[in-house]
Design a protein around this ligand. Structure first.
Ligand code: TRP
Ligand code: ZN
Length: 868
């Protein structure tokens, strides 16, 4: 296969799922000897390699940004002609026998590693990130998940700078060396793919605790942070112990090493990483205390700690055969962490939150140029496939299987999966087969969920025959075309539904209907008057339901549906309908919404957190998603008007809620959390109402709050409008938290999210603020990630928002391509905007694609966004 000669940089290679071949060489055993230093680290690797099957292929070891010093085979140094380097930077060594010992010595520079993949420096620490393909930036190795090895790691470093040395598995030996250096040796008894390798060196303090497993083994737990952050680690520790107990109870999975460590780092491309026995976390998912973390932050810490811990079984003990199978571990693990969080708090509220994320991120992805199946068919850069589709839609697939099977058979399926594949690198297909065999079900049509991209649409109509008392429901499904997939087959779609009798306000049972054909008709008897359909209860399938519904029906469901998700959904749909009516030029029919909100906030039987979710208006972006051509100004105007009307019509109610939910001593109880949600919601309605004292109330909430949830809530309300109080609280917030990076991120993010007429200029100025830097992913995301998600500001008519984001992507690409590539998405929505905006967005994408030295990460996303 010869590449076409070109004067331009070669187009990045496309990797195909269908090209998968088993590895030619295996590496059952690895020893690493690492002399750590921020400027120049030396890595000596000893690989025991074995030929896999009969073939004559040389050994090929991936490498990236490594300086090769020496190569030996079976103890003998190779001469320069005995190995080659291919055009992708891999080291190629011809070998005659079936088993050899390969030793390499390389040099790397952690301090110069701004991509944050491989070994890098962060706030005085040295740490690693290897998933997906970072291990090749540490040493030459077959960097693919189906090569499983046992690791023996010796680390050596300056003892003052790096008193703590951590790696995977168990600590076995340590000692001091001359010149103020020391060393430690760690061995991991479990064979693992190299993406799970990890190492940390630094001056860290430890929150040490323990857990006794179900078989009575004791595990030493450690959360390692900078000394001053120690008091903020208790919530993460509790989450860890809860997760360990939950996985035993719910899945029968026990932890398998004597040690489990978590390290927090401030520079990290993602949320966290499940390295065997040594999870490395973005500090924002470890640190929490009432003064600096919101309730959402607390929940995110709990969820991410659980997620990474659960990977020990769903990901580590059983891993992916190749990166196309990523959802095997991510979809399943997200489903597991969602179920855990639901059990720890309110299942109804958790479901609402998860669906909101799914719709905001995954439905949008599925409807755009970057749409791909849960199991993709091809990629240029695998980092671009750590997506909402692979993670969140992947989790919905597992959830649907769990629903189809019921809890007991689902558990039999997962038991079989864990038993059958322990220690292996497997595929999504293997998971589905374990569900079929263990759960005794047939899932052939269901498999289309893995291969077909696009969000299915279900249109529903109902005919009622009063003579026979029959309700006839007709469901028609269709899956829209997506890039590379013009034609789709009908899918297996499990819909939970119930038919309410409007008179008795009840139904005679919730049922599961599985659509398998393009059209399905269901008839139910016993209705003298037309029943009201509650459909996709609990959001049983990740689909879009299209149905003409009256305000009365939605109002009815928002009051009487016994499925809490259904109630929330009816309320949101009512708001959407009213807003879309206004956006398309009609009057603002606020009365039914006001009435439904009034009823909801007055219902003493409802969970306050659910009330707050139901009474909140849908986001501007969600409204945009309901339109063929998004009109950001009309959406903003209509939503603002409705908020003002709800605010003033119910002003005394909002005042009462705001007063009643005032601080009552910080606690994480669900009542206290619900009160805080309601407090800021009522404040935002009061501000929208135009009440004269609203900014006074916000200022008071800001000043008297004993927690970050209320303080940031007040800050966000004030950041939306022009007032003196706005400047006061922004300055006070910055002063109060100067030096606390995670809170300063909130300061940037709140302003970038603000529905303020000058957000574009504000963000531009913040980009030059002394606290701003593109080198820290959290900081870059807090400003420009948030800005890209602010539909009204980002899509400002003059195109300045587009230009600013494109400039940012180009600048960041030179530092951290993986993070830069994630900022491309908002520009890829150009088809959904008017021609003037669309043309400006396209020309920014073209500028990005043509930027000198553009990375393959950014090139793939921007290139696909232009075609799509
Ligand atoms: N596997 C990680 C998770 O728990 C994801 C992850 C962490 C990651 N760091 C990364 C993915 C860097 C890509 C690049 O979901
Ligand atoms: Zn994960």
């Amino acid at each position: 296969m010869a590449d076409i000669q070109s004067t331009h940089a070669p187009a990045p290679k496309v990797i195909l799922r269908s090209d998968y071949r088993p590895p030619e060489w295996l590496v059952p055993q690895v020893a690493l000897d690492v002399a750590l230093d921020a400027q120049k680290t030396q890595v000596r690797a000893t690989l025991h390699v074995e030929r896999n099957g009969a073939h004559e292929q040389p050994l090929r070891l991936d490498g990236d940004a490594l300086t090769l010093v020496e190569v030996r085979v079976d103890g003998a140094t190779l001469a320069a002609g005995d190995w080659t380097m291919d055009d992708e930077g891999a080291l190629v060594i011809p070998l005659v026998g079936d088993a050899h010992v390969i030793e390499t010595l390389v040099e790397i520079s952690p301090a110069a590693n701004t991509k944050l993949m491989g070994l890098y420096a962060s706030g005085g620490l040295l740490c690693t990130q290897c998933e997906a393909e970072g291990f090749r930036r540490i040493t030459f190795f077959p960097d693919r998940p189906d090569v499983l090895s046992r690791y023996d790691v010796r680390m050596e470093a300056d003892k003052t700078l790096y008193p703590v040395l951590l790696a995977n598995g168990d600590p076995v030996e340590k000692g001091d060396l001359p010149n103020g250096r020391h060393w430690a040796r760690w061995t991991d008894p479990f064979a693992k793919p190299c993406y799970l390798f990890a190492m940390v060196a630094g001056d860290l303090a430890c929150n040490a605790d323990g857990f006794t497993t179900m078989s009575g083994r004791s595990v030493a737990l450690g959360i390692w942070v900078r000394e001053e952050d120690l008091p903020r680690t208790d919530h993460a520790m509790k989450a860890l112990k809860d997760s360990m107990a939950w996985d035993e109870r719910v899945y029968g999975r026990e932890y398998d090493l004597d040690v489990f460590n978590i390290v927090a780092v401030s520079d990290f491309n993602f949320g966290a990483m499940e390295n065997k026995g040594l999870n490395i976390f973005n500090s924002r998912y470890v640190l929490a205390d009432p003064e600096t973390a919101t309730d959402m932050d607390y929940d995110a810490v709990e969820g991410v700690v659980a997620h990474e811990y659960f990977h020990n079984w769903s990901g580590n003990r059983i891993t992916c055969r190749d990166w196309f199978q990523l959802s095997l571990k991510e979809g399943f693990t997200v489903y597991r962490d969602q179920s855990f969080s639901a059990d720890m708090g309110s299942p109804a509220v958790k479901r609402v939150e998860d669906v909101r994320v799914l719709r905001a991120a995954q439905f949008q992805e599925d409807a755009g140029p970057l749409a791909h199946p849960v199991r993709p068919e091809s990629y240029m850069e695998i980092s671009n496939f750590y997506t909402a589709t692979v993670y969140n839609k992947g989790a919905e697939l597992i959830r649907m299987m769990a629903l189809l099977l019921g809890p007991e058979r689902f558990r039999r399926g997962t038991d079989l999966y864990f038993e059958r594949h322990d220690g292996q690198a497997v595929t999504c297909e293997d998971f589905v087969r374990a569900m079929e065999d263990g759960g005794e079900i047939e899932l052939s049509q269901f498999r289309l969920w893995y291969s077909q991209a696009g969000t299915p649409r279900i249109s529903v109509s109902m005919d009622h025959d009063p003579a026979t008392g029959t309700a006839k429901l007709t469901f028609r499904q269709s899956v829209p075309a997506t890039p590379g997939q013009a034609e789709k087959a009908p899918m297996a779609i499990p819909l939970r539904l119930a038919l309410f009798d409007p008179e008795t306000q009840s139904h005679s049972g919730d049922e599961l209907v599985v659509l398998t054909a393009p059209e399905t008709v269901v008839e139910r008897k016993g209705f003298s008057t037309p029943p009201i359909l509650s459909i996709n209860r609990g959001f049983s399938a990740p689909v879009i339901v299209e149905m003409d519904r009256t305000h009365q029906d939605l109002s009815f469901l928002s009051a009487h549906d016994d499925d809490p998700f259904g109630r929330y959904e009816a309320m949101q749909q009512l708001m959407v309908n009213v807003l879309l009516g206004r956006i398309s030029g009609g009057p603002l029919e606020s009365a039914p919404v006001i009435e439904a909100v009034a009823r909801t906030i007055a219902d003493p039987a409802l969970d306050g957190a659910l009330v707050a979710e139901a009474a909140r208006l849908p986001s501007e972006a969600y409204l945009g998603d309901q339109m063929l051509i998004v009109d950001p100004d009309a959406i903003h105007g209509a939503r603002d008007d409705l908020q003002a009307e709800i605010g003033s019509a119910l002003e005394s109610e909002w005042r009462a809620i705001h007063a009643r939910s005032a601080r009552n001593g910080f606690s994480l109880s669900s009542d206290a959390k619900a009160a805080r949600r309601l407090r800021t919601l009522s404040l935002s309605y009061l501000a929208a109402s135009g009440a004269k004292d609203a900014s006074e109330l916000a200022l008071q909430q800001f000043e008297t709050a004993d927690n970050m949830t209320e303080r940031q809530g007040a800050l966000a309300v004030l950041a939306n409008g022009a007032s003196e109080a706005r400047e006061t609280v922004l300055a006070a917030f910055h002063d109060r938290y100067a030096g606390n990076a995670l809170v300063i991120d909130k300061w940037f993010q709140t302003q970038a999210f603000a529905l303020h007429p000058d957000t574009v200029e504000i963000v531009e100025a913040l980009g030059r603020h002394p606290d701003f830097t593109l080198s820290n992913p959290n900081r870059a995301r807090s400003l420009f990630g948030a800005f890209g998600g602010n539909q009204w500001a980002f899509n400002r008519k003059d195109g300045k928002g587009y230009r600013m984001l494109a400039d940012t992507i180009i600048a960041l690409d030179a530092i951290n391509p993986q993070t830069a590539a994630r900022f491309v998405t908002p520009l890829g929505r150009w088809r959904r905007f008017d021609e003037v905006r669309g043309a400006m967005m396209r020309s920014e994408l073209e500028r990005i694609v043509a930027a000198p030295g553009v990375s393959k990460d950014v090139l793939e996303q921007a290139g696909k966004s232009l075609q799509g």
